[in-house]
Design a protein around this ligand. Structure first.
Ligand code: IPE
Ligand code: IPE
Ligand code: MG
Length: 242
């Protein structure tokens, strides 16, 4: 790839369009999810090979429990399978795997694998893979607020200590802000993903359904990111005249 490409530190991907990918091919939604899981494995590897330090993937929202029992069960089965097979391999690649989301009501076998991956990779010092499962941005902010309240009541911190930096540390994981947020499938919304962390993220909404969002599509996303002018509320350096 061109060396003038800017590499974001933290990329988030909202994995979307598995169902429509399958529908277009006359396949079941489950087959779409299977194809999505297969592609996710490739995209994770590719992302890290491009020098991105942290990758957050949104694979199941708190709201996704509204789907049919059949679909939810299939997804949970797929998570266990992928965690056992593909994700376990990341341990030897020095990747630290962390999870964001509420435990309840995730099934026991999913939670067991999540704990195992967390423990097995906790001392890894390379890339960070943050898997958002049973995750909601609202839930995360509420859960952080509860933890802060507890620490204030126990005199661990004082209410005056609370600022943006401290608040971030009470989120599910202490990660850098999101630089680049990609949502596949053409939907142009955030759907409760990393509301706190995405405050200044560049947003990108390719039309491709996730199972087809391959390495080339990811590289195209990086070209788009490179073209963005990030200002963080300031002004463009070259145009400082009043
Ligand atoms: C994304 O694909 C996977 C999950 C949300 C778990 P969808 O299942 O949302 O696919 P569409 O949006 O119906 O195409
Ligand atoms: C968002 O996708 C959640 C995940 C990708 C895990 P959805 O497909 O659930 O979102 P909506 O319902 O279209 O907003
Ligand atoms: Mg969807």
């Amino acid at each position: 790839m061109n060396t003038n490409i800017k590499i974001p530190k933290h990329v988030g991907i909202i994995v979307d369009g598995n169902g429509r990918w399958a529908e277009k091919r006359g396949l079941s939604r489950s087959e779409g999810h299977r194809a999505g899981a297969k592609n996710l494995k490739e995209i994770i590897k590719h992302t890290f090979s491009r020098g991105i330090k942290v990758l957050s993937v949104y694979v199941f929202s708190t709201e996704n429990f509204k789907r049919s029992t059949e679909e939810v069960n299939y997804l949970m089965k797929l998570f266990v399978q992928s965690f056992k097979k593909e994700f376990s391999k990341l341990k030897d690649e020095n990747v630290k795997i962390v999870f964001s989301g509420r435990q309840n009501p995730l099934p026991e076998d999913v939670l067991t694998m999540m704990n195992k991956l967390t423990l097995d990779t906790k001392n890894n010092t390379g890339n960070i893979l943050n898997v958002c499962i049973n995750y909601g941005g609202h839930a995360e902010i509420i859960d952080a607020t509860k933890k802060i309240n507890q620490d204030v009541m126990n005199n661990v911190i004082s209410i005056d200590d609370i600022n943006e930096e401290m608040f971030s540390k009470y989120l599910y994981n202490d990660l850098p802000p999101l630089d680049f947020l990609i949502r596949t499938s053409g939907e142009v919304r955030i759907s409760n993903f990393m509301l706190w962390q995405a405050s200044y993220a560049e947003l990108y909404f390719p039309k491709t359904f996730f199972p087809d969002f391959n390495k080339d599509a990811f590289d195209e996303a990086l070209i788009e990111y490179t073209s963005r002018d990030r200002r963080f509320g300031g002004i463009k350096y070259e145009n400082k005249n009043h």
